[in-house]
Design a protein around this ligand. Structure first.
Ligand SMILES: [Zn+2]
Ligand SMILES: [Zn+2]
Length: 588
């Protein structure tokens, strides 16, 4: 893996004579694998020069994948100035944490509104696909990406990239979960331990180090790490190298050099950890290292029962009126209904009747039994004052905790992370090793992006009529999208593959019937279910070309339905007709 830093500054670009060495541009890192997969992490102002360099290299078309940690300005402000976005034919995939309301696309379009920028997002010529992420794993060609929530004032993902036998972790913007660890000393527990595991054995960790421990006392809740914390985490995790980054706008080159010297001193005489400050323009190559590869997650995505994100409900029992107010404000900003109880006991006694998506309780010394009491799969956040933090953590090992004082932005982020982590998520399909062969067979048909044809429309009309459903489609599952050769009852040319029901049928190579999507954890939170066209019923029969399963003939309805074996058989008959048509030449 080859890495280049294009922006290392935090919060605000700071060009000038004092930042020549480590750079003045905000966060941007380029990663390239030996086989040519290009991944860009964060789009601060450093993205501008990266764009110029890519254009200057003279390739006819440019493709790449962009991972955004979160959408604070210093991580997205380069997007409107990234030249490769303006050329038709170029193809880019942008990934960022899924929020609770607005889509990623709309959030990014926001900084290009008329008042702020002369061009709109949809006026950029390249094909840009948007992907919203939660914690879990993702594959980008030969790179395995693991995502984990960080501790910041906005919902933020850290990224662990594994490719070419090496591992790289990018963790900006992130604050110690336990403020006490900012000094670099103390037991690493709870979420900090989990953070440490996320860095385990990495060949390079690029870590937020905006503050030093003495500065941190006045910066608690700002969402950033100290140098000492970054060093302690990397040492405990057995990482090989640490690149300190997200340099504070006030930090001069000379101050950064001193920080690195002090950090090396923290490690003692024979440091196993190589520490340096990330510098704009700096390039590194990570060599294969068999220790770096993390074990697979037990499942690709989490899913629980039907507690969806459509109407999240927060059950709260708080004594501190100030903290309660902050939480109320945070919840309301995301349209979350808050049900309040006067005591923890009352709250826990009412879990069954209220059916909350999340519980927030105030920690009390002698009530530790309560927190571990069964609340089912419902996550609990425990609020504790900083002086009681250590005991709160040890007595509530499975809970999230919010340490007082916290801002509304912090509470909002923690609530979002809890809901997204545990509420039901639609399941994405992992592609198999045969995927490239399957795609080649599909592309060889030469049918993608061709106009509608009566020979296929006839089949979808028949399917809708025989199965008495409003919508029928011939759907072809491409690398990143499902494209519809024929649609009956729906006016949509394609959707992203991520939300595709058909890709599940294609992966299993079998008929897929979902009688009620809301009752199926694989789909209940799928945007096609929670939003228009609000699919409640799906039945799809795979379509094969030779050995390759290229798509489906599927039927949809906006209400739940049962389908008998005879109708499934008829659907499959019609799918066979579509197969026959597909294998004829495109001109028919
Ligand atoms: Zn930042
Ligand atoms: Zn930030």
């Amino acid at each position: 893996m080859h890495i280049r830093f294009w922006g290392t500054r935090g919060s605000l670009p700071r060009p000038g004579p004092d930042t020549l060495c480590f750079g003045g541009n905000t966060s941007c890192v380029e990663v390239n694998t030996d086989s040519g997969t290009r991944v860009i992490i964060d789009c601060g102002s450093g993205l501008y020069d990266l764009g110029q360099a890519l254009i200057g290299a003279g390739q006819p078309t440019l493709k790449g994948h962009i991972l955004i940690s979160h959408t604070h300005w210093d991580h997205i402000q380069g997007i409107p100035f990234f030249a490769p976005f303006f050329k038709p034919g170029n193809q880019w995939d942008i990934y960022a944490p899924k929020g609770l309301g607005q889509s990623l696309r709309d959030t990014l379009a926001g900084q290009m509104q008329y008042d702020y920028f002369p061009l709109r997002l949809d006026q950029m010529g390249a094909t840009i696909r948007y992907h919203e992420l939660i914690e879990g794993d993702l594959h980008i060609n030969d790179v395995k990406v693991r995502m984990q929530y960080l501790n910041h004032t906005a919902l933020t993902l850290g990224y662990r990239l594994e490719g070419d036998g090496a591992a790289l972790v990018y963790a900006c913007d992130h604050e110690p979960f336990s403020p006490q660890l900012a000094s670099g000393k103390g037991d690493i527990l709870g979420r900090d331990r989990q953070h440490c595991e996320f860095l385990a054995g990495a060949d390079l960790v690029i870590h937020d180090a905006q503050f030093t421990a003495p500065e941190y006392a006045n910066k608690i809740g700002w969402g950033h790490s100290t140098v000492e914390y970054a060093v302690a985490m990397c040492r405990a995790s057995g990482a090989a190298r640490l690149a300190l980054t997200h340099h504070d706008p006030l930090r001069t080159d000379r101050a950064i050099e001193e920080i690195v010297r002090n950090a090396c001193d923290q490690c003692g005489i024979s440091p196993a950890l190589d520490i340096f400050a990330a510098a704009e323009g700096q390039e590194l190559r990570l060599r294969p290292n068999s220790n770096a590869l993390a074990p697979a997650l037990s499942s690709q995505t989490t899913s629980s029962d039907a507690v969806g994100l459509a109407r999240p409900l927060l059950l709260m029992a708080m004594k501190d009126p100030l903290a309660a107010n902050t939480i109320r404000e945070a919840a309301q900003a995301d349209g979350i209904t808050v049900v309040e109880m006067s005591s923890e006991a009352q709250a826990l006694a009412n879990v069954r009747s209220v059916q909350p998506s999340l519980i927030i309780l105030e920690w009390e010394q002698d009530h530790d039994e309560l927190y571990n009491k069964s609340s089912g799969d419902i996550p609990i956040i425990v609020v504790a004052p900083i002086e009681n933090e250590a005991s709160a953590r040890t007595k509530t090992p499975d809970a999230e905790w919010l340490i007082k004082p916290f801002s509304s932005a912090y509470a909002r982020t923690r609530i979002r992370a809890c809901l997204l982590r545990t509420a039901c998520h639609w399941e994405r399909v992992l592609t198999s090793d045969e995927e490239e062969k399957r795609l080649a067979a599909l592309h060889d048909l030469g049918i993608l992006d061709t106009p509608p044809e009566e020979r296929f429309d006839r089949i979808t009309r028949l399917a809708a009529s025989i199965l008495k459903v409003p919508i029928a489609l011939v759907s072809l599952v491409d690398r990143e999208r499902q494209w519809f050769k024929s649609t009956c009852g729906m006016n949509l040319a394609e959707t992203s593959r991520e939300v595709s029901f058909c890709s599940h049928a294609v992966a299993s190579r079998e008929v897929l019937v979902v009688s009620d999507t809301l009752q199926d954890p694989r789909f209940s939170d799928n945007p096609l279910v929670t939003d228009l066209p609000r699919i409640r019923f799906y039945a799809g029969c795979p379509i094969f070309v030779g050995e390759a399963c290229v798509g489906t003939l599927c039927v949809l309805d906006a209400r739940p339905r049962q389908i008998d074996a005879e109708r499934v058989r008829l659907l499959c008959e019609l799918a066979k007709l579509a197969e026959v048509e597909l294998q004829k030449s495109p001109s028919g």
